[in-house]
Design a protein around this ligand. Sequence first.
Ligand code: PXP
Length: 252
Amino acid sequence: MTEALRLGVNIDHVATIRNARGGRHPEPLRAAAMAASAGADGIVAHLREDRRHIGDEDIARLIDEIDLPLNLEMAATEEMLGIALRHAPEGACLVPEKRRELTTEGGLDVLGHADELKPYVERLKDAGIFVSIFVDPSPRQLEACVAVGAPAVELHTGHYCDLPPGPARQAELRRIADAARFGASLGLEVRAGHGLSYDTVGPIAAIAEVVELNIGHFLIGEAIFSGLDSAIRRMRSLMDKARAEALGVRSA
Ligand code: PXP
């Protein structure tokens, strides 16, 4: 059982609000600095092809001015690869991207695109960037991640979070837990994220093999009501409590 559960705070939607008026406020950089002091272990930012939230300058400044590691979410395109290689963030998470989607809607189909993805994984790794791939909790996708040489995966929790409490959500939770166990048995570092909130984070944090959660939209939304510092601290405490309880159950 992994005791330490890292929290990556995704600050994309601070940029969404900033961009609504085209000025500089609110600054994603200030949110990143606040996340650091509130107990985040890393910053996550998705540089999309259409630059709808995070922009190129944000990435440069996050690397230069924030002490926490940056996990750059990116589509596997030559443009994004060039940017990643130029800035050399700590990590890069390969995600699927469609122009018209509201958010990342599903995991990357690694199985169906292994030959195209492998060179991206290799070039990022050669540059010393730790590569993860955002995938649905499917054993075949996890095997494909190993085949393309990725050291880590991030399991998509969006479907689990979208389901109302009940048997279907429980079934999806089991699918994620099984995938986490299988991924770890393949030697993959297992992370999870998408759609997580105060209500849904506990059962995911309790999955022993998951070492990192990446959370954005809910935290930025909740910051409107309670402030970002307080929202991150509360999320951190819910994660840590769920992990500690799971540890207790295992060792009892
Ligand atoms: N992980 C990945 C790979 C994502 O694409 C996103 C959304 O950008 C997140 C985590 C965070 O999801 P949310 O903003 O719903 O918390």
